[in-house]
Design a protein. Sequence first.
Length: 488
Amino acid sequence: MVAFTEGANLMAVELGAAKLLAPYFGTSLYAWAATLGVTLLALMCGYFAGGILSSKYYSEKKLPLVLFIASCFICLTPVLANFFLQKLYLLPVQLGSTLGLICYAFLPLFFLALSSPLMIQSYLPNTTSAGSAAGSIYAISTLGGIVATFFCGFYTLPTIGIANTLLVFSLSLFLLSFLFISYQSKIWGILCIILYSLCAFFANKFKEDKNALYHSEGILGEIEVHDDSYFSFIKNKWIDGRSLMVNGTGQSIADKSAQPLYIWHYVEVAKQVAQEYKNKKCLLLGMGAGIVAKEFATYGLTITAVELDARIPEIAEKYFIGKNDFRTVVDDARHFINSTNERYDFIFIDLFFSETPPAHVLTLQSFSKIKNLLHTNGSLLINLYGFSSGENARPLYSIYNTLMQCGFSVQTITTKGEEAQRNLLLLASINKNEIEVKTNTENYSLLLFEGNKNFPVLTDDTNPLEVYFLKPASVWRSGWNKLLSERK
């Protein structure tokens, strides 16, 4: 039971630590690499220290005490994360995420790892083989981790959130350690209750932003709705706005003061394309706050909006666009593409998971399926980062090459501004029936862009986009954090 509970808590902490990191540093490969690296560092140190403790200073009283200390740190993990990450979020993603994880996740993982050698040592009198003891302990611990992974991922994190999940798991570890400690000494048992109660009290102080109109955790991570000042690229000034935040990044921002709701120029480009398909069928992959869908609806389009998280359509209706008459589907975009038999005149891919477009939607196989879903004169529009030069342009080159390989005729449109603050849109048409986008405006223009055959066509089997997106995502995240720190 002890090994099972220890393994379950270890996985709960690892998953919770990554989720706590997301609002500040996102969910890119850098953030996950930092999470795994710090986890392994803590386990290494814990196993090494536990080996010394069990061989030279072993006592039956040490294991319950180590488990108790671990339970307290697990309980306090959200509080520590909130404190340290608010100090570190302006650092580069690689450095800030690593330092943050060391500050709030290292100690609970260290003490959990410390307990494993102690458990093996306590089990040795019941077996003639150290190997058998170690194998049994690690097998049971791993089983606990497997159960916790499914339990957290499928149930507790989406329903009760990060802080409550860690509180539940730490409570299980505390109760187990308390039984052993109180059996050895009632006074120490009472002291443990007092100390853990204080930790739980402070952990209860970790709540969502009091200024947030909405807060929850689920399949996409942390989702919040905020009213605050935001910079409108349409009006070129700070405005009173409302944002839909996913893992600390603004996925949609609405102008509360006046129409139009949108604040980014890429929506104007998308509207121009939508105008060409008045009263026809549109598939919108990535709904966000529903602002783009609402704009498209003014042209009489029959819209199907696909969104991965069931909370998003509800939030859009309640906080942003009100009642709508377009169809919403809760599904993964690629799964919907593969499973639907409906055909469309216009498909718009406006997908970002935090700050990163999902790579599995941008492959040759995915584009081939999309092409089959389009009517003869149909078009596909893809919203991307604004980088078109240097290393940060690698995603653009590969996506462009993939569309061309699929037989699309492709135009590249850029909104105004510096690369890190603008959007690039790829307009792909079938049979070279190119839509003429009016680009004689100061807000967006046609980018004279030629493909580069040195960059690979993206396939389901070979897709380096996640690597290509690392640096642009980091620049985008850093820019967003800086913008939030400067807002009025």
